[in-house]
Write a protein that binds this ligand. Structure first.
Ligand code: KIV
Length: 267
């Protein structure tokens, strides 16, 4: 069995220019499949709210829900580093709350690190969590928990002032002690500049190919989500069709009396 990846391994991958692979998972079977495939990091994302629970956005997700999904993922993954998202309102109000909630995700959930959204304005919170020995991943650019401020899921950093803010955010997150930084929904050239100007690895989603790694939502890459699919998503497989075919066949066989046969029955 492969040794569990640590934040040190992830940091070294930037130096070696070895691209970091990250996918989201919310349950045991998917965690096991991607772990067996050799994924470097698994993100128990608050995207669980959209693609698993069917909410319109990530805002309703709770710490309890993140704990539930984290525990399932931890049981399935033996070699990947597991990072869990801190959901909306679990770190925004005060630092004590942020530390307690981060601590629960590690202690009760079994995650190895937490991720939280924001740049300069959450730097003190990141520092406070890192100071109690909990590794943190930052997340800047298009931050889904800020959907109402941004006026929707819009690419960030196209204007000069916004781009300068994103650079300042990246520096602030690095200085606060985060070990990696997610760059979401920003122009490719800006992501390249950020990646070159900080020492911690950048993990891109809709941020082009120059980031140190890439992350995508598992439901998006497998065609499991019928919702709007952003431009940056590539569908690597279509398991919806496979699942629907299986379900159709089940219904047909039960209705037609072809299932169960004696093979699936007890004497
Ligand atoms: O919640 C999530 O899945 C995320 C990634 C898409 C970066 O934050």
């Amino acid at each position: 069995m492969n040794k569990r990846k640590t934040i040190l391994d992830i940091g070294m991958m930037k130096d070696k220019q070895d691209k970091i692979t990250v996918l989201t998972a919310y349950d045991y079977p998917f965690a096991q499949l991607m772990d067996n495939a050799g994924i470097d990091m698994i993100l128990v994302g608050d995207s669980v709210g959209s693609v698993f629970s069917g909410y319109d956005n990530t805002l309703p997700v709770t710490v309890e829900e993140m704990l539930y999904h984290t525990k399932a993922v931890v049981r399935g993954a033996k070699q990947a580093l597991i990072v869990t998202d801190m959901p909306f309102m679990s770190y925004q109000v005060d630092i004590r709350d942020a530390r307690l909630n981060a601590g629960r995700l590690i202690k009760e959930g079994g995650a190895h690190a937490v991720k939280l959204e924001g740049g300069e304005h959450v730097a003190a919170t990141i520092r406070a969590i890192v100071d109690i020995d909990i590794p943190v991943v930052g997340h800047i650019g298009l931050t889904p928990q800020s959907i109402h401020r941004m006026g929707g899921f819009k690419v960030q950093g196209r204007q000069d002032a916004q781009a300068r803010q994103i650079m300042a955010d990246a520096k602030a997150v690095e200085e606060a002690g985060a070990f990696a930084l997610v760059l979401e929904g920003i122009p490719k050239d800006l992501a390249k500049e950020v990646t070159a100007s900080i020492s911690i690895p950048t993990i891109g989603i809709g941020a082009g190919s120059d980031c140190d790694g890439q992350v995508l939502v598992i439901h998006d890459i497998l065609g499991l989500c019928d919702k709007y699919s952003p431009k940056f998503v590539k569908r690597f497989a279509d398991i919806s069709t496979t699942i629907s075919t299986g379900i159709d066949q089940y219904i047909k066989e039960v209705k037609g009396g072809d299932f169960p046969t004696t093979e699936h029955s007890f004497k």
